[in-house]
Design a protein around this ligand. Structure first.
Ligand SMILES: [Mg+2]
Length: 339
């Protein structure tokens, strides 16, 4: 096999604001794996919260050729060889996606069929990034009927988080989910969650800092399901998440790829946990990998490519609010023609 990798900068349609960050563009790593005349493509977004950057991901990929060996279908063995070098989960996810794309193209089947899964999934949420309550409500109101649920970014540290939800609730009847990105204390969560439950919020993502010792108490006392994201990266984290949450948010960029993500869904089910599938700011190439396994999940937040000014990797189809993978072989996306 041959391998090449690069950093791509994605331009966002609007400035994206969450509790710890604001940005107009996002860097991702993209990788190509060539074998017997076919090319597999993969992408993932390194997460700075975990000490990864596009540069560190690219450096990892440039040293990964030896781990590939000469059989693109030997995904388990390749994964074990890559795991010998710790960290760089996004780079590993990009490589895993490229190998799945390649395998699908070699046998002329979409990846969801290789996985034995249907071309289906729950509707994606649309992210309303953090802003003043009125501003968030205006953005929710403008959406029309493209999306069937909204995910509100909270954690403003200004005492206005419940008001943010209340303001959005006034302008829409859509199901609401919230993501606090670790910015509440246990006391703040115990105060806010009953009010959010009254506003009909479906669940709350990562209210407390990852590893916060109040997590067990919060799970016991919360009137809403708690989903963890920053607390849950790979299969090894799932069992401890069951002590502090009702569900986990799986992202390929944290898990290291489709194979680990599938293992995590099964572990979560064995522990009675709900499963959410999330994403970072990614092009359709990254989103295409995630939506292959959306049918295994209860909730899906795969709007990354829809937040871009222009998706450079079209192919994923938004149908009645669901991000459907293409029926074309592999991940089913291809680069958009240069403008
Ligand atoms: Mg999150």
């Amino acid at each position: 096999m041959e391998l090449s990798a690069r950093i791509a900068t994605l331009e966002l349609a609007d400035t994206f604001v969450i509790a710890r960050d604001a940005r107009d563009e996002a860097d991702v790593v993209q990788v190509e794996v060539r074998y017997e005349g076919h090319t597999g493509f993969g992408e993932a977004a390194p997460i700075d919260r975990y000490g990864e950057s596009a540069a560190s991901g690219l450096a990892f990929l440039k040293c990964s050729l030896d781990a590939l060996g000469n059989d693109p279908f030997a995904l388990e063995a390749i994964g074990l060889r890559l795991a010998e070098r710790p960290g760089e989960q996004a780079a590993k996810a990009a490589l895993d996606a490229a190998l799945h794309d390649l395998c699908g193209k070699l046998v002329e089947l979409p990846v969801w069929r290789l996985l034995g899964l249907p071309r289906a999934g729950p509707p994606t949420s649309w992210t309303i990034w953090l802003g003043d309550p009125d501003d968030m409500a205006r953005r929710a109101e403008r959406l029309g009927d493209r999306f069937r649920r909204l995910k509100l970014k909270l954690g403003g540290r200004d005492g206005a988080d419940v008001e943010r939800v209340r303001a959005v609730r006034r302008v829409t009847a859509l199901p609401l989910q919230v993501d606090v990105n670790e910015y509440w204390s246990l006391d703040e969560a115990l105060d806010a969650l009953p009010q959010l439950a009254e506003l009909g919020v479906e669940y709350c993502e990562q209210p407390l800092r990852a590893g916060d010792e109040g997590g067990v108490e919060l799970k016991a006392r919360s009137p809403l399901p708690i989903y963890v994201d920053e607390d849950c990266h790979t299969l090894a984290d799932v069992a401890s998440c069951a002590e502090r949450a009702h569900g986990i948010n799986i992202k390929l960029a944290k898990a290291g790829g489709i194979r680990e993500a599938v293992r995590m869904t099964h572990a979560a089910r064995a522990l009675g946990l709900g499963v959410m599938l999330g994403c970072m700011l990614e092009s359709g190439l990254g989103i295409a990998a995630a939506c292959q396994l959306a049918s295994l999940c209860d909730h899906v937040d795969l709007d990354g490519n829809l937040l871009l000014a222009d998706d450079p990797w079209p192919g994923v189809e938004l149908v009645d609010g669901v991000q459907l993978p293409s029926a074309a072989p592999g991940l089913g996306v291809r680069p958009a023609p240069e403008r």
